[in-house]
Design a protein around this ligand. Structure first.
Ligand code: ADP
Ligand code: ASP
Ligand code: MG
Length: 814
């Protein structure tokens, strides 16, 4: 005999019940027991109706009407007209009884657990009756049997305990005599030895099926639900979760106890005791293999079998100096909780015995607090123990696997993955069996934590990076196009999945949690909402995705001020905006410190030399113990472009305009020509070399006339360049006369930095520097005479975007 259990969704309506019939008809050859839940959602409706009635809310009638309509509609859709009236009148008479009971609760304004069980049992009774009628009408050899006549429990209403000595013989006798091929039984409900209706706890139909399967030594127990098996994590929260093909009883039990709702926790015990194999199957995809739960040694797959989570957890902590060395405190603590009928989900105790901490269900926290404080009132009054501390809005996440104990480093991997993603861990427990490592975390972090752990233990191959791109000017637009081009390559070759979740410019912003389709990011952005930098940042925080990266392609100071906020939330920052790193040294140091503290990379390679690996090279030199003596560099692609083009045939103003048009200058070209941009760059290199200097300590020998420096806008600036053409020509002629070329050079030596125009003689490394190229010479302890040189294109949107891209990839490899 096989026992099949169909859950609420599987029997939610006529269409689904037809699928159930097909499954029973086609996949079961011999006789079987079919245990069914109430039509999906009906149990909740019944409980809502009762709660409303008990609080004197006449609206309960509406809930009962919905229940009635759903059953009538289902009967009419399933049964031939000739069979309908008998079935409908039975259902209506049951509903009348139900209505009287609920009305009773309304009249006395009370809701006892006993009455609740009586009322809620109508859900399963009606569904099993209705399905029995349908099967018979379809010519199947089926019979309805009321589980309350077979399953006996104690009187703990709401979650009664099965009395196996009575239940087992009842089942055995009934099924030994029964000759029908299909027996349809309501799940969840039972009756106490004193004859009251009881229930086995929410989700308890699974357990009904297991109890019967064990009693009659069934060949197999099948749990038919709305997912294709037990998954590596809750598939509603982790999209990448996969069905587990095989799993041991212990693992299944552990996962269900730790929140895998697909299986009601007590279900495994009875079938495990009898060694009955159990399958979890999908009513809506009957051909999918599902999950086989058995005692077999399953070696396939990794050491972690699944990850589960329990929501709505509260932590109770009892602590105080009076606890040290005094025997019996823990005993009393647990006794109080047990007497209050509060079940403890997780326990941790500090080795000093200074505190005990337990995780319980949130909705029992207030009761627990009162009970514990009352029990320890005397010690609390003496100050030996503090009043119990209650923290709510927490959740438990757990890694489960039989073979975890024989593998080192799993908890290390678990906690470092969580730490990297800023998931705060409030308490940890690892059972002695080492089949489970669990942690208590904030409820708000559950989605991120589960996805992080799932990625770490089940999808190591592909790392997901979630990008938020601020700024879509020259550089931002190029970056998005480059990502679009490389996405497939990165996934295939570097096992990195780059998703752009948000894009904003100064006018519009758009988000897509699944990743903005980058082929048409411009259209998506056009359709987006009005830009708001606060909302943009709030969305990043709210999404709370792992490996989030904020990419700043702007030159805006306000945007640069948001970095600390990002880093504190473990959101990495990649920026080509130089303002943050060249602001006051305290800001720069704070950003570096936050990046370390929150494990959030802060990368700004493009601040110096666009895409050239200058900062990265310097970082490696310093990290490996080298010391910088001197840096000499041409760091302005713009100025190099300008002085390479400028000669007796051109005018200075024309050349600067050309540089601006070709995107080689900042939008405000004065930032380049005044030398401020180069000052910022040498400042950053000095700081990265370990010298905490400030911008105003850098000497700037400006080649621009004072008047040009003080112009208020681009127009007057260009006019003044025109006016001073002679001044610029003179500088050019002098250099030419000395056989030199003009280069705008930045220098750092002996802790001092300077920038200015220099005449560079033939033969010097800088002399032949082309176009908008940059060059940096690092003179260090290891490179004292022949400097380490980095040279190449140092400006332009394409190379800057590729520099940002390189930083993003660095984070992917982090
Ligand atoms: P039924 O009504 O059939 O008893 P449940 O709603 O009780 O179904 O259980 C199935 C649901 O369990 C799935 O829809 C899924 O959302 C949830 N679930 C949670 N964790 C897991 C997991 N690890 N594997 C599969 N399903 C899970
Ligand atoms: N109908 C009950 C509930 O919703 C039992 C079950 O479906 O397993 O909890
Ligand atoms: Mg269930």
């Amino acid at each position: 005999m096989v026992v099949l259990k169909f859950g609420g969704t599987s029997v939610a309506n006529a269409e689904n019940i037809q699928k159930v019939r097909e499954i029973v008809d086609q996949s079961v050859t011999g006789s079987c027991v079919v245990v069914v839940s109430a039509l999906g959602g009906v149990t909740d409706l019944l409980l809502d109706a009762l709660d409303m009635a008990a609080s004197r809310d006449a609206g309960y009638g509406d809930k009962l009407s919905v229940i009635e309509e759903r059953h009538i509609k289902t009967v009419k859709a399933l049964l031939p007209v000739a069979n309908q009236s008998a079935c409908l009148s039975k259902i209506k008479s049951e509903l009348n009884v139900l209505e009287s009971l609920v009305e009773g609760a309304f009249l006395i304004g009370e809701r006892t657990p006993q009455l609740a069980d009586k009322i809620v049992s109508f859900g399963e009774l009606l569904s099993a009756y209705l399905i029995g009628q349908y099967f018979q009408a379809e010519g199947m050899d089926a019979v309805f049997k009321d589980s309350r006549e077979l399953i006996r429990t104690n009187n703990t209403f709401g979650k009664a305990v099965v009395e196996f000595e009575l239940t087992n013989p009842n089942c055995q006798e009934y099924f030994a005599k029964n000759t029908n091929r299909i027996n349809i039984l309501p799940g969840f409900i039972a009756s106490s030895v004193t004859g009251n209706a009881t229930t086995l706890g929410r989700g308890g139909s699974d357990y009904t099926a297991a109890v019967i399967a064990a009693a009659i030594d069934a060949e197999e127990l099948q749990i038919w639900t709305d997912v294709s098996g037990m998954f590596t994590a809750n598939p509603k929260i982790v999209k990448q979760a996969k069905s587990i093909p095989e799993i041991s009883y212990q693992e299944a039990m552990e996962l269900s106890h730790f929140g895998a709702k697909v299986l009601y926790p007590p279900t495994v015990q009875p079938v495990l005791a009898k060694g009955i194999p159990m399958r979890i199957k999908n009513t809506f995809e009957p051909d999918a293999p599902g999950t086989l739960i058995s005692k077999g040694q399953i070696l396939e797959g990794g050491t972690v079998r699944g990850i589960s989570n329990i929501p709505d957890i509260a932590l109770l902590s009892l602590e105080g100096p009076g606890m040290i060395g005094i025997p019996g405190i823990s005993k009393r603590f647990f006794e109080v909780l047990s007497l209050a009928n509060i079940s403890v989900v997780l326990i941790t105790q500090a080795s000093s015995e200074h505190s005990i901490c337990v995780g319980i269900s949130s909705n029992e926290a207030d009761r627990a607090e009162t009970a514990v404080n009352e029990a320890f009132a005397y010690e609390i009054s003496l100050g030996k123990i503090k009043p119990v501390i209650v923290e709510k809005s927490l959740a438990i996440i757990a890694l489960v696997g039989d073979h975890m104990k024989s593998h080192q480093g799993l908890s290390g991997k678990m906690f470092s993955a969580l730490g990297k993603n800023n998931v705060n861990i409030r308490a940890i427990a690892q059972g002695a069996s080492e089949r489970n490592i669990s942690a208590v975390i904030d409820e708000a972090d559950v989605k991120k934590a589960l996805n992080t752990l799932h990625e770490e233990f089940f999808e190591e191959q592909v790392k997901q990076l979630n990008l938020y791109v601020m700024g879509t000017g020259n550089v931002g637009a190029k970056l998005l196009d480059q990502i679009e081009q490389q996405q497939r390559y990165l996934k295939k070759n570097l096992k990195m999945n780059l998703r752009v979740i948000g894009i904003s410019n100064s006018r519009k912003m758009t988000f897509n949690e699944k990743g903005i389709p980058l082929k048409q990011w411009r259209e998506e952005l056009d359709k987006g909402e009005a830009a708001n930098r606060i909302t943009f940042l709030d969305t990043i925080k709210q999404n709370n995705f792992r490996n989030s990266i904020f990419v700043d392609n702007t030159a805006s100071e306000v945007i640069s001020q948001t970095y600390p906020d990002c880093l504190r939330k473990s959101i990495a920052v990649v920026t080509c905006n130089k303002i943050a790193c060249s602001s006051a040294i305290e800001n720069y140091q704070e950003l570096k410190a936050l990046s370390r503290e929150y494990n959030a990379p802060f990368l700004f390679e493009t601040n110096v030399g666009a895409g050239l690996p200058i900062i990265d090279t310097l970082k490696h030199l310093i990290a490996s113990g080298d010391k910088v003596h001197k840096i000499q560099a041409v760091l302005s692609g713009s100025l190099n472009f300008v002085f390479n083009k400028f000669n007796e045939q051109t005018t200075f103003q024309e050349v600067v305009r050309q540089a601006q048009e070709q995107g080689f200058t900042e939008p405000d070209p004065k930032i380049d020509l005044s030398g401020i941009d180069v000052m910022r760059k040498i400042l950053i290199l000095a700081r990265e070399s370990g010298y905490p200097i400030e911008l105003d300590q850098i000497e700037n020998k400006s080649f621009l006339p004072e008047e040009s420096l003080n112009t208020p806008d681009n127009q007057t600036f260009f006019a003044s360049l025109e006016k001073y053409e002679e001044h610029f020509q003179k500088q050019y002629q002098q250099a030419k006369a000395n056989n030199c070329r003009l280069k705008y050079v930045a220098e750092f030596a002996n802790g001092k930095a300077s920038v200015g125009l220099q005449q560079i003689p033939k033969g010097h490394d800088f002399y032949n520097l082309e176009g908008s190229d940059n060059i940096v010479l690092f003179f260090t302890e290891r490179y004292p005479n022949q400097p380490l040189m980095v040279k190449g294109a140092g400006a332009g949107a394409d190379v800057t975007a590729s520099g940002l891209f390189a930083d993003i990839i660095r984070i992917g490899n982090f």
